[in-house]
Ligand binder design. Structure first.
Ligand code: GLU
Length: 302
């Protein structure tokens, strides 16, 4: 059972301007929390130091304010939390569930393995059974993988319905730490959501297949699983997913061409929350929100 008052989160990656798809996920996350008098947490996911910048984080905060998508607290950005991630990494090591992986990118790509729904390869376990002597003979700094069980994980998604994955056959042992020492998204997000007491995760459907991995990590770390809701993607009329390359879809452009209520009204209309595409503030949408209204299929805005 979920707590009556949910704790939700915005978890943007400050690698550029917010895109309409991010705004859509943020709007639904916000409405779900505010309609139940919950708490909203903001967390900057800046694990990738090459792509992310503090300036973008500042612009993101400003864009959320412009949209009227308020938050109650901001937790420290992921880039400052490696010591905490390290503790959870050590916990997995103590459970003897980690092993070093020496596979090169080229090796991983040449493997004739099935694909996951997000297009990545199912890891065939190449390095799982290397002996200590074989590991020592590798002249290379390894990355670290987590052994997964031959078990189904079932996500009961508020929007997408039931999504099931067998971690061993549909995913394989997955990376938790890269050879350069950086922790990967799956580990960081599970630790952060768990420690912030997040009970409701709303994000794009492209991350649905990450949820079983995060549920497995939650189990290992002793965190309860949150409720999940994966919002549909925004697509172009030809079905192509809208991306940061579609300039007219980013907030830099949109803020110059429409007001926040116009933008929110359009999104809320296409999502199924309101019946007409009229200008409406985020606050005015709270009473209109219900999970039943949110469309499951990809949304074409044009
Ligand atoms: N940081 C991710 C993004 O910007 C979202 C991760 C999540 O919501 O779990 O797409």
């Amino acid at each position: 059972m979920q707590d009556k008052k949910p704790v939700g989160r915005f978890a943007p990656t400050p690698s550029g301007r917010m895109h309409l798809g991010n705004v859509f996920a943020a709007l639904v996350a916000w409405l779900a929390v505010r309609s139940q008098d919950g708490t909203m947490v903001l967390r900057m996911e800046d694990l990738d130091r090459q792509r992310t910048k503090a300036e973008y984080a500042e612009v993101l905060r400003n864009d959320l304010q412009w949209l009227g998508l308020t938050y109650d607290l901001e937790t420290p950005p992921q880039s400052t939390r490696s010591t905490i991630y390290e503790q959870y990494f050590d916990l997995l090591r103590e459970k003897e569930l980690l092993y070093p992986c020496y596979c090169t990118r080229a090796q991983l790509h040449s493997v004739n393995a099935p694909h996951q729904s997000d297009g990545t390869y199912v890891y065939p376990g190449t390095c799982r059974h290397l002996t200590a002597a074989q590991q020592q003979a590798m002249d290379k700094v390894p990355s670290w993988r987590l052994q997964v069980p031959d078990r189904d994980y079932t996500v009961t998604d508020r929007i997408q319905g039931i999504y099931r994955e067998n971690l061993l056959y549909d995913c394989g042992d997955f990376l938790v730490r890269r050879a350069d020492g950086a922790f990967v998204y799956q580990l960081a997000v599970t630790v952060d959501d768990g420690l912030s007491g997040v009970t409701q995760v709303v994000r794009g459907v492209d991350l649905l297949s990450s949820s079983p991995r995060q549920m497995y990590l939650q189990e290992l770390f002793g965190f309860p699983s949150p409720e999940y809701a994966h919002v549909p993607l925004l697509v172009a009329p030809d079905g192509r997913r809208l991306s940061k390359r579609d300039q007219d879809m980013d907030l830099g452009y949109l803020r110059q061409h429409c007001t926040a209520p116009e933008l929110l009204g359009k999104l809320a209309f296409h999502a199924g929350i309101i019946d007409h595409p009229e200008a409406v503030s985020a606050a005015e949408l709270i009473s209109e929100f219900s999970w039943k209204k949110i469309r499951k299929d990809n949304i074409c805005l044009k």
